[in-house]
Each structure stands twice: as structure tokens, then as C-alpha cells.
Design a protein around this ligand. Structure first.
Ligand SMILES: NC(=O)C1=CN([C@@H]2O[C@H](COP(=O)(O)OP(=O)(O)OC[C@H]3O[C@@H](n4cnc5c(N)ncnc54)[C@H](O)[C@@H]3O)[C@@H](O)[C@H]2O)C=CC1
Ligand SMILES: CC(=O)C(=O)O
Length: 300
């Protein structure tokens, strides 16, 4: 619902269809959104159980599935959500064969890979929300420490959306000035005090929100709408999103994870060749291997 609301408020859709297995709650949400249509741009909003309602979609955002309980890792959801995807992805592919799929369900990197395989779509048309959200958290924390807007910070987290994510301290910059040119060890355990815990705060961010309110929704909704906007409006924005990355930056595993990507009308138009230092490269490869290990044991 947060993805839907963010998409509606950005005026990105003329038609929005919600699909869920819990039909009564869904009907309530559709009715409630339609009551607000006066304040939107008269979007056609519909919903139900039947995927034919969403036929011919340009973009399909998948948020279905189990979510984490307090303290639970994203990876522990994987088999439950693969079982759900086995039912829904083939129906999406049947009814919207030209769609671009954006996966939000966790663990998002594994679910992106599963959605790609189950859909049979070309790789550029299946992506996951990935570390666009982790990067937003990273930029928010850095921005608060420097008392500037997050939009004035260039900073990116790559790898798994989750515990093994990799902050690219070597390329963090503010107003074009690289932070490592001022503090070479920024973000490292032996670097300037206070900055060494920033990445932990990013990783803990979702756990904190889940402990406090039960689930996360607003930030992922906004992140997702930004991705949808870049695709529907062919904006060519660069965002760290999850996609198939084997062969990039030395990754040998058959996995999806996040690297900065150019998003345009074709989906993932390009994966940016990032400049990583030695430890960032090692951490990224470790993240890829961890995802590959979990993937190996999946039953699907
Ligand atoms: N990638 C990210 O940054 C984020 C990912 N998530 C993930 O998104 C997923 C959903 O989280 P919430 O919205 O909080 O959970 P929720 O429980 O509020 O919603 C999940 C919905 O999926 C539906 N569903 C279950 N099986 C289905 C099926 N076979 N077909 C259609 N719909 C089905 C349920 O009826 C429910 O309405 C979780 O996996 C969660 O971890 C949530 C927030 C951020
Ligand atoms: C739940 C989740 O993956 C997040 O908010 O980061």
C-alpha cells in the first residue's frame, strides 16, 4: 500500500491494479483509495484475486509474501516466499508478458533471481528494490551528521539488501568533495570516532523500525516509486538496485545483488562499472557468495 500511495502521489500511473489473496481487505483498500481519487488525477484503481485484472501492465511491483518478525533476518523468509512466487510469477508473465518486474519481497536479492527465472523474462526486465533503500538510509545518516540535505550527499551501498551489504566509503562525496580525501579512514573501525558505526546503523535500521512499529513501509514505498518513475519516464537515473550481476566486478556467482544501475524505459539499461577499493571488492564478493549459498539450498 505504501508503494501504491507513493506511485499515486507522484502521478505516475493512469491505471493501478492491486492483487492479493485476502480479497476482503483488498476490496477495502481499493475502495478507500478510490474515495481519494478526487485528490489524485482520476487514476483507474482496481483490484482482486484474478491476475487478468492486471493484464498488459507496464510495470509489476511484487510485494507479496511473509515479512520479518522482530529480530528475524530477511534470509529466513526465503523458502516461504519462493513457494508464494511459484504461484504468482507465472501468472504475471502470462498476463503481462511485456512488463518490467520490480521485486520488493524479501530476501529481495534471492527473490529477484527467482522471479527472473520463473518469468523467463530477459534479465533487464527483472530487478529488485535492492540497496536503493539502504543507500537512502546511509545518505540520511551522513547528511544528519553534516547538517546538509541527503540529496547533497553522493553515497551508495551495494551488495545484499541486508546484513552483508557493502558501504562504498571510497566514493562518498559532498558537493563533489570526497570524504576520504579529508579523512582517509572514514567509516573504518580505526577511523574518526562516530563514523565507524554508520554502516551498522544502516543495517540495524530495518530491525529498529520493525522492533518499534512492526514493519517498514514508507521509505520502501518512496524508494520503489522513484524506480517506477525512472522507468516510466525514461529518466536514466542511476540507482543501486538488484539485478543479475555475474561477471561484474569479479563476481563469479550466479546471483542478483545491487550495483548502481541506469534505469530507463527498458528496465536495467546498464550496470555502472564502479570503482571499488580492495576491501570493498572483497566484501562485495563475500556478499555474493553468501547469497549463492542460500540459493543453492532452495527448493523450487
Ligand atoms: N525490500 C525491502 O526493502 C522491503 C521488503 N519488504 C518485504 O515485503 C514483503 C511484504 O511485507 P509487508 O507488506 O510488510 O507484509 P504484509 O503482510 O503487510 O503484506 C503481504 C501481503 O502479501 C499477500 N500475499 C501472501 N501470499 C500471496 C499470494 N500468493 N498472492 C498474492 N498476495 C499474497 C498477503 O495477503 C499480504 O497482504 C515482505 O517479504 C517484506 O520483508 C518490506 C519492506 C521493505
Ligand atoms: C524490511 C526491509 O527489508 C527493510 O526495510 O529494509
Amino acid at each position: 500500500m505504501a508503494c501504491s500511495m507513493s506511485i499515486l502521489l507522484k502521478n505516475l500511473a493512469t491505471d493501478l491494479t492491486l492483487i492479493d489473496v485476502i480479497e476482503d481487505k483488498l476490496k477495502g483498500e481499493v475502495l478507500d483509495l478510490n474515495h481519494g481519487n478526487l485528490f489524485l488525477s482520476n487514476v483507474h484503481i482496481d483490484g482482486g484475486k484474478d491476475y487478468s485484472l492486471s493484464s498488459g501492465s507496464k510495470i509489476v511491483v511484487i510485494t507479496a509474501g511473509a515479512r520479518q518478525q522482530v529480530g528475524e533476518s530477511r534470509l529466513s523468509l526465503v523458502q516461504r516466499n519462493v513457494n508464494i512466487f511459484k504461484h504468482i510469477v507465472p501468472k504475471i508473465a502470462e498476463h503481462s508478458p511485456d512488463a518490467i518486474i520490480i521485486v520488493v519481497s524479501n530476501p529481495v536479492d534471492l527473490m529477484t533471481y527467482v522471479a527472473w527465472k520463473l518469468s523467463g523474462f530477459p534479465r533487464h526486465r527483472v530487478l529488485g528494490s535492492g540497496t536503493n533503500l539502504d543507500s537512502a538510509r546511509f545518505r540520511h545518516i551522513i547528511a544528519s551528521r553534516l547538517s546538509v540535505s541527503p540529496s547533497s550527499i553522493h553515497a551508495c551501498i551495494v551488495g545484499e539488501h541486508g546484513d552483508s551489504s557493502v558501504p562504498l566509503w571510497s566514493s562518498v562525496s559532498v558537493s563533489g568533495r570526497s570524504l576520504t580525501s579529508i579523512e582517509p579512514k572514514i567509516g573504518q573501525p580505526d577511523g574518526p570516532k562516530g563514523w565507524d558505526t554508520v554502516h551498522k546503523q544502516v543495517v540495524d535500521g530495518a530491525y529498529d523500525v520493525i522492533r518499534l512499529k512492526g514493519y517498514t513501509n514508507w521509505a520502501i514505498g518512496l524508494s520503489c516509486a522513484e524506480m517506477v518513475e525512472s522507468i516510466l519516464k525514461n529518466k536514466h537515473r542511476i540507482m543501486p538496485v538488484s539485478c543479475f550481476v555475474k561477471g561484474m566486478v569479479g563476481i563469479k556467482d550466479d546471483v542478483c545483488l545491487s550495483l548502481p544501475c541506469v534505469l530507463n524505459a527498458s528496465g536495467v539499461n546498464n550496470i555502472v562499472q564502479v570503482n571499488l577499493n580492495k576491501s570493498e571488492k572483497a566484501a562485495l564478493n563475500k556478499s555474493a557468495t553468501l547469497i549463492a549459498k542460500v540459493q543453492e539450498d532452495l527448493k523450487w
